[in-house]
Design a protein around this ligand. Structure first.
Ligand SMILES: [Zn+2]
Ligand SMILES: [Zn+2]
Length: 236
């Protein structure tokens, strides 16, 4: 039987380190950045979207800094700079800057200041970072493929048990696609197995860090702390 789209991508990603969907999302984001830079810099709807999204999120802005990107990024960001400058130039201070208001707005609180709220809102992204959109769409497709092929013929369950597993945010998304009790049982069993192994390694790391056991060589547990951070927060 033909495998669904993405089956082998997810199977391969399960043989690598870290969350397979974080890895595949990063690859999808990278492909989207390349397409944007080499094919869409002068595309009118793309540029309009980028103005609305106020460019890129911080993660993907950092990823735009790559060889050969300077001209394309200059052309796109020049437009975005014009957009935010126009909004700021048209902005007004709304309200009375009286003592009463200053007392209500301590420096470190997150209360909305009515005098500048509209301008703050207008400067905010009015659309999602386009690279995030592409990456998340790819992630959703891969998670569906993983869940739909977790049991049955050519099940991915064994590959999954041997892998680092999904990070917690992607595991939560995966649960969202589970529609039968069999898949639920297999997926949660595999995830608990992965988490137990990692927790054992953290225990071992902490134990060997005790001066009484410091002569014992570190094994697989030596980087368990970094894998635990990624397991809970997503690819670092
Ligand atoms: Zn992940
Ligand atoms: Zn983004």
């Amino acid at each position: 039987m033909d495998k669904p789209l993405g089956y082998f991508d997810i199977k391969n990603a399960l043989s690598e380190n870290g969350c397979p969907v974080c890895r595949l999302e990063t690859a999808a984001a990278d492909a989207a950045i390349e397409t944007l830079l080499w094919e869409s810099v002068n595309d009118v709807p793309t540029r309009a979207h980028l103005n609305a999204s106020r460019g890129f999120c911080r993660t993907h802005a950092a990823k735009m800094v790559r060889n050969g990107a300077a001209l394309g990024v200059s052309i796109m960001m020049r437009d975005v700079m014009h957009t935010v400058a126009e909004i700021l130039a048209a902005g007004t201070f709304q309200g009375s800057p009286g003592l009463a208001m200053r007392q209500k707005l301590p420096v470190f609180n997150h209360a909305v200041n009515p005098a500048t709220a509209e301008l703050v809102k207008n400067l905010s992204p009015q659309a999602e970072c386009p690279i995030c959109t592409e990456a998340q769409a790819a992630g959703t497709r891969y998670l569906r493929t993983l869940v739909e092929n977790f049991t049955g013929a050519d099940s991915l369950a064994e590959d999954y048990r041997r892998s680092d597993g999904l990070c917690l945010p992607h595991f939560q998304q995966a649960l969202n696609f589970v529609t039968d009790a069999g898949t639920f049982a297999a997926l949660t069993d595999a995830q608990l197995h992965i988490w137990r192994q990692l927790t054992d390694q953290l225990d071992e790391f902490v134990r060997k860090s005790d001066y009484r056991f410091q002569r014992e060589k570190m094994g697989r547990e030596s980087d368990a702390w970094q894998r635990a951070l990624a397991a809970i927060s997503g690819q670092l």
